[in-house]
Design a binder for this molecule. Structure first.
Ligand code: LLP
Length: 438
């Protein structure tokens, strides 16, 4: 079920609340993010129930959304965390995550960040020769034996936007298989500083072409490419078998994140966490491994919308524009990746509202400042509510203050339908504070 749906009365709801009513009760008259807490729970439980009977860690990729309340919620449901910076690690600790169920990823982890990870017994992915050297150094400084996973680049094509593909051969992430032996030899040299415990891969993000039904699973040999996750996992366990034969005791297979969501709202059948788990289950169980997954988007994206107001409507030449108060500063994915996010008015249009093809744009001084292009929408009036859907992942966490828009407040709908603020609005005074006393 979807958190945000238009019901029979034509109004858009978040769970059982009209978004229009929420807009009226929120004191800030500016764009805000609205989340459904029940949807966050449903998304997490989809992973948890798929993983029944498998030793596993769901590591929420907190770069997707670093709201502390959301982190605490996932932690309370049993989540681990996937981190890409020292500050993300600090935030995970602040939110109470068990550091031994956290993974530190990245191609440019700083030596001091690695020391922090070592001190806290976080799992660390090795990304390169220099990265391994820095991890060994951190182990020495922290006087810890760091548990490490080798991030292997599986060289598969997830068929996504090149900016979010990470496991192909020209990617800056991970190590290539022909270098594997060098890493194993190097690790053997440092038994007090590093302990190799697993392998990691991450194919990319927004993956929707990995769908696998049981029927297709049986047909797999005739339908190659149907499941890149299994292709990658198969490769990984082959590497792991080889690594184990050299005396390493490997425990973790980390298959990364990457599951896409139905941004187009077409109701298309997309691969679910269960599909993903089922494609790798046998590989993991037969080897007695612990499966690590690193979902970001599929846990948070569909649980939020950016709620905006219409400032006005204009026509230039043959283009129609709906100008709203939200912009690329609050939500940059359309500008940056040409990403599609569904846009909808929160209240039914009057019978006199003409449906036209609109670009939905913000007030920022950039032609790239659009939230959606060529959308069929009823002509709205000043002040009407208009939402950008599926805004829970990589939206607030990528927001900026460009044009001094200041980052928006965040609210969620609780399980009982009440509204709670979960992040303060950033204000103009916050900006001035950076210059105090200079
Ligand atoms: N693990 C690793 C190693 C990653 O690099 C990523 C995302 C994830 C897990 C989580 O992937 P997810 O389940 O969220 O697809 N800003 C882009 C997405 C960048 C993803 C970067 N890596 C966007 O807005 O689409």
């Amino acid at each position: 079920s979807r958190a945000f749906t238009a019901k029979g009365d034509g109004f858009l709801y978040c769970e059982d609340r009209r978004v229009q009513d929420v807009m009226e009760s929120v004191p800030e008259k500016r764009p805000f993010y609205l989340y459904s807490k029940p949807q966050l729970s449903r998304n997490f439980l989809a992973y948890q129930s798929a993983l029944q009977g498998i030793s596993s860690i769901v590591g929420y990729a907190i770069k997707a959304n670093n709201n502390v309340k959301i982190l605490e919620h996932f932690r309370s449901l049993g989540s681990g965390a996937v981190l890409v910076s020292g500050n993300e690690l600090r935030l995970a600790l602040h939110a109470g995550f068990d550091p031994t169920r956290c993974v530190f990823n990245g191609n440019g982890k700083l030596p001091e960040e690695l020391v922090l990870a070592a001190q806290n017994d976080v799992l660390v992915n090795i990304d390169s020769e220099f990265d391994l050297a820095h991890i060994v150094e951190a182990g020495k400084i922290a006087n810890k034996c760091v548990r490490v996973l080798l991030r292997i680049n599986p060289d598969v094509d997830p068929q996504v936007h090149p900016y979010v593909a990470t496991g192909n051969k020209n990617s800056k992430f991970g190590i290539r298989n022909e270098k594997l032996q060098w890493f194993l030899d190097e690790i053997k040299q440092h038994p007090n500083e590093v302990k190799l415990v697993g392998a990691h891969c991450h194919l990319g993000s927004t993956i929707t072409k990995a769908s696998i039904s049981f029927f297709l699973f049986l047909l797999r040999k005739c339908v190659p490419q149907v499941n890149i996750f299994r292709d990658a996992a198969l490769l990984m366990v082959q590497y792991m078998d080889e690594i184990k034969s050299q005396g390493f005791d490997l425990k973790y297979l980390n298959i990364g994140g990457g599951l896409g969501i139905d941004y187009y709202h077409t109701g298309a059948v997309l691969p679910t966490p269960r599909d993903l788990v089922d494609t790798v289950r046998d590989l993991v169980v037969s080897r007695g491994l612990t499966l690590i997954m690193e979902p970001g988007r599929s846990l948070v994206a569909n649980a939020a919308a950016l709620v905006n107001r219409v400032t006005g409507v204009k026509t230039n030449g043959n283009k129609n524009f709906i100008v709203i108060d939200g912009s690329m500063s609050e939500l940059i994915r359309p500008s940056l990746y040409d990403a599609y996010q569904h846009i909808e008015l929160v209240a039914p249009a009057g019978s006199d509202a003409e449906v036209k093809t609109y670009d939905v744009v913000g007030p920022v001084c950039e032609s790239a400042d659009f939230l959606g292009k060529n959308r069929e929408l009823p002509t709205p009036k000043r002040g009407d509510g208009i939402v950008v859907h599926d805004a829970g992942a990589y939206c607030m966490s990528m927001a900026s203050t460009y044009n001094l828009k200041m980052r928006p407040p965040e609210y969620w709908i609780e399980d009982d339908g009440s509204i709670t603020k979960i992040r303060h609005a950033e204000t103009f005074d916050d900006h001035l504070r950076y210059f105090e006393g200079l």
